[in-house]
Ligand binder design. Structure first.
Ligand code: TRP
Length: 456
């Protein structure tokens, strides 16, 4: 009885479009626009994309559906979900790990998002116009290793994130996602049209779509799988939390497919906006994070209309980052407010405040004048890079592995079917789904994990 009352009082997404916008907003982020193109560059283009698509289909998609169904079945945050579905067992620690991962990921994510904000200002004020490639590189180096500015932007970005999350699911997250995601789509299409109509764009498209299998090795496959996790927001309870706000009428299988396709499509569209433009100006596709912050400003300042397209590009990055950061913060806020019974406001302040402090530490670890930049942590890297390593190699793979095992072996087919086939929905590929969560995904993730931490 009490439970039923609780169910009624929980804030939910208000519409199907809102669900897709919010979940796709979480998935589509810096991962798609900042990271996917550059790792595609590192591993040689099209062949890597094909490997990535296979990872998405066999592991990413089943895992997303798993997270959705755990969340919706339990109607709870990432920790509470396991407590309700497996009471009296240590499974809730999977949720805890997700909450920890949210702190870790959002700390560096908010710093990079802060860089995007600074780059909007740089683009608007025309800082890059007439600069040489060396100068543009120096601008990037100077800014990211400065002491004050990156911290200020991190705080501003976290402030905006908290402000949206504080407003709740329907009136905060959903409302902004429904406005920001269409905006993102329009901007990326404009940038794509600009890029492919440049003379010489063809070699960039060939780089993206003509596979060179010689570049594919074990490391590339691991990078593809790791990125599939990050890009689809899996392994830390984001989709469990969002799943808990999805109504029982909705078809979870379809929702997961739509979000997966949207995420993959935007990553490809980002590649199409970037590589043809880069190749058209005969620039080497910068392998590494400099691709968007150094290579692209270079491209924009040579491109007709580049002033305008440059601004659009960094607005795009910021919008993508924002709809993801709110989903990360929501994992912590949902946990604080439901498990610790804090008000949403208090939960947001506490979570947002603590994460901002970690974000400041990340920014400081890059600041050349700070003593903290001399402190080396995991594998000899500074704090910010250690946070990235922790999430990529430890927290997300273990979190994802545990969710698969939980759905495949603990819940089992009958309970899974009950949830995904609710209210007349029907999942036609149940056997594939069960094989994927019971065997394919856990084994693949275990391999990535063991490789990532250097055991194999
Ligand atoms: N998927 C987002 C991106 O591509 C980042 C993100 C949001 C994320 N929520 C997450 C990554 C949860 C891992 C886990 O940028």
């Amino acid at each position: 009885m009490i439970d039923n009352n609780n169910l009624q009082q929980r804030d939910n997404f208000g519409s199907r479009l809102g669900i897709i916008a919010a979940a796709a907003g979480s998935a589509i982020g810096l991962g798609n626009i900042w990271k996917f193109p550059y790792i595609t560059g590192v591993y040689g283009g099209a062949a890597f994309i094909l490997v990535y698509l296979i990872c998405i289909a066999l592991i990413g998609f089943p895992l997303m559906l798993s997270e959705f169904l755990v969340g919706r079945k339990a109607q709870k945050n990432a920790v509470g979900a396991f407590k309700r579905l497996a009471p009296g067992t240590p499974w809730f620690m999977t949720g805890w790990m997700g909450v920890v991962a949210a702190f870790v990921i959002l700390s560096f994510y908010s710093v990079v998002a802060g860089w995007c904000l600074e780059y909007i200002v740089k683009a608007v004020t025309g800082v890059f116009t007439g600069s040489t490639p060396e100068q543009i590189n120096a601008i990037y180096e100077g800014f990211t290793t400065a002491a004050v500015k990156p911290i200020v932007w991190t705080i501003i970005f976290m402030g905006i994130t908290c402000w949206i999350v504080m407003a709740g699911i329907k009136d905060g997250i959903e409302k902004y996602a429904k406005f920001l995601m269409p905006l993102l789509l329009v901007i990326i299409i404009i940038l794509d049209i600009r890029a492919v109509t440049l003379p010489g764009a063809g070699s960039g498209l060939a780089f993206l779509f003509k596979p060179d299998w010689s570049k594919i090795n074990g490391e590339a496959v691991l990078a593809a799988l790791g990125h599939a996790f990050f890009s689809l927001s899996l392994g830390m309870g984001t989709m469990i939390t969002y799943g808990s706000y999805i109504g029982k009428k909705e078809n979870l299988g379809e929702t997961a497919i739509q979000v997966t396709i949207a995420d993959t499509l935007i990553a490809l569209l980002a590649g199409i906006a970037i590589f043809p433009a880069v190749f058209a100006f005969g620039i080497e596709p910068g392998a590494g994070p400099r691709l968007v912050f150094v290579t692209l400003p270079n491209v924009f300042q040579q491109m007709p209309g580049g002033y305008f397209f440059g601004i659009l590009f960094f607005v795009l990055l910021t919008v993508a980052a924002l709809t993801s950061s709110i989903s990360i913060l929501e994992v912590v806020v949902a946990y604080f407010s439901e498990e610790l019974k804090w008000s949403r406001k208090k939960a947001t302040f506490a979570a947002g405040g603590a994460i901002t402090v970690m974000g400041i530490l990340c920014a400081l670890s890059y600041a050349s004048s700070s003593a903290f930049s001399k402190v080396k942590l995991i594998q000899g890297t500074v704090f910010m890079d250690s946070m990235m390593w922790l999430s990529d190699n430890l927290l997300l793979p273990i979190g994802g592995l545990l969710v698969c095992v939980f759905v495949g072996w603990v819940l089992g087919r009958k309970k899974v079917e009950e949830e995904v086939n609710s209210e007349g929905n029907h999942l036609g590929y149940m056997p594939f789904f069960m094989v994927a969560v019971k065997f394919i995904a856990p084994i693949a993730i275990a391999i990535v994990f063991l490789k990532g931490v250097g055991i194999i």
